[in-house]
Design a protein around this ligand. Structure first.
Ligand code: NDP
Length: 446
């Protein structure tokens, strides 16, 4: 594998510095992309080769060959100049605001792309099922679907494999993971961080588009899919797509099965945080939510009747990143055994990945009195950080971690009844103080 080029459009931005370059650095260090050149492009007037080289060095911890090109990536001429600088088949990473990405893709229609070009697109992919479908049809006019990588860095490959191993490489858990034994599933990603100066992006996205429509639905797909025959990307993505195609809002009433809320001023991790509406760059009239909850149904034989509650919130006191499977109560506990109060639960925690099984047994002390115990285990960490795994998949033409065109559209289809109801104002925007556990009127039960 020699003469690879990663072209980063939007290379002066936040994503490039915080996630993409560290991922590329880890990939280079591990020896997966010998001969990688990093071409950076953006509009900035005061960037040059030296500044880009320094940025790469600082963020990636490596000094691969680099090149900086000032470009307006919505112009075909500028894109041609950038592409001419590439050696070998380039991977073009669109680290741009979503609207600029769409315009850059349209401009690429007038450019002859080198053989083997891969396109790497960030979330959010479109803003609706319709716009995602339009972007998909534009992209397939540029390169074949297998060279289009719609990034979901949230689940690195090791986490995906950890869930598949937990589910399908033993006889313990999988026989229980169905509507006969499972009461409900909660998938939660609560952050103890506020806006962190990202109003320009976040105020137009909100928690539903930023986290649930993208990342949490992918977790749901992997938790609910039928066993894949192999880890082949096509097979894995087919099974995940089946599960997401079967997923819909729990009822036809978005007010009953969704919540939206916004944090007010409060103390978070020892810091005083202003309310979201007072954060610099936020337009309070957009009523952007910083916390979203949805209840979904997966209409398959295995999961019919089991509610899946998805939630993500910013500025929550306790950071919590996990999927919790709550099991039904035992059909009957013999008279004489007491204390079976809490349901059994399987917790799959993300980053670091671990599992914990909470259940009731005759613990220490009085054997008539049941006690909750927890069995837990750590999963191995991946060799690479999530963006390193994403880039490795791109350079090895392995799309396992990327979102297929139809799935990107399905994920918008799932949330659209909720976004429509929110826009129409039929679901109130609740408040919660920064540093709290979220709004009182929550749909979560675990
Ligand atoms: P930023 O606003 O920080 O950076 C955007 C970049 O795009 C800048 O380098 C900007 O350069 C460049 N740009 C904008 N317009 C043009 C143009 N016409 N021609 C050339 N360059 C242009 O955004 P982020 O890095 O935060 O986000 C990028 C993408 O990544 C978004 O889609 C976002 O949703 C996604 N993402 C971001 C994450 C993050 O943590 N930041 C996490 C997950 C996804 P200039 O300043 O020169 O205009």
């Amino acid at each position: 594998m020699t003469d690879q080029t990663l072209i980063i459009l939007g290379a002066s931005g936040d994503l490039t510095a915080r996630l993409l370059l560290p991922g590329a650095g880890a990939l280079i260090k591990a020896g997966h992309v010998p001969g990688l050149t990093l071409i950076g492009a953006a509009l900035e007037e005061d960037w040059d080769d030296a500044r880009w080289r320094q940025r790469v060095h600082d963020a990636a911890g490596q000094t691969p060959p680099t090149r900086w090109i000032r470009a307006d990536v919505t112009r075909a001429d500028d894109l041609r100049t950038v592409l001419d600088a590439a050696a070998g088949p380039p991977a073009i990473f669109f680290a741009l605001p979503p609207a600029v990405t769409a315009r850059a893709c349209a401009a690429l229609l007038d450019v002859d792309l080198p053989e083997g070009t891969r396109l790497v697109l960030e979330k959010p992919f479109g803003t609706s099922a319709e716009s995602a479908a339009e972007l998909n049809s534009l992209l397939t006019r540029l390169v074949p679907e297998e060279r289009i990588h719609r990034v979901d860095h949230f689940l690195g490959k090791s986490t995906v494999l950890n869930i598949l191993g937990l589910r399908f490489a033993n006889r313990i858990f999988e026989p229980l993971l169905n509507s006969t034994h499972v009461e409900s599933v909660d998938i939660v990603f609560d952050e103890n961080l506020g806006l962190e100066n990202r109003a320009g992006y976040y105020d137009h996205a909100g928690a539903l588009a930023d986290m649930i429509q993208s990342h949490l639905l992918q977790i749901l797909g992997i938790l609910t899919m039928e066993p894949p025959i192999s880890l082949d990307a096509g097979e894995f993505r087919d099974r995940k797509a089946d599960a997401l195609r079967a997923t819909r809002l729990w009822s036809e009433d978005p007010a009953a099965c969704s919540r939206r809320a916004r944090y007010t001023a409060g103390d978070l991790s020892g810091r005083r945080l202003p309310g979201y509406a007072q954060e610099p760059g936020v337009d309070p009239s957009r009523a952007t939510e910083t916390l979203a909850e949805l209840v979904l149904a997966v209409d398959t034989w295995r999961w019919a009747g089991v509610p899946f509650r998805l939630r993500s919130g910013k500025a929550i006191g306790n950071s919590r990143k996990e999927a919790v499977v709550t099991f039904r109560r035992p059909p009957r506990v013999p008279d004489g055994l007491t204390g079976c109060d809490e349901p059994d639960r399987l917790r799959i925690t993300f980053g670091p990945d671990r599992i914990a099984l909470d259940f009731n047994i005759n613990g220490p002390g009085d054997p008539f009195e049941l006690d909750p115990v927890t069995l837990s285990a750590e999963f191995g960490a991946g060799e690479l950080p999530p963006y390193g795994e994403v880039l490795r998949g791109v350079f090895e033409d392995d799309p396992m971690l990327s979102i297929r065109a139809d799935v990107a559209e399905q994920c918008w289809r799932i949330v659209e009844p909720v976004t429509a109801a929110w826009r129409a104002g039929t679901v109130p925007l609740l408040d919660y103080p920064a540093g709290s556990t979220g709004p009182e009127d929550s749909l979560l039960t675990s």
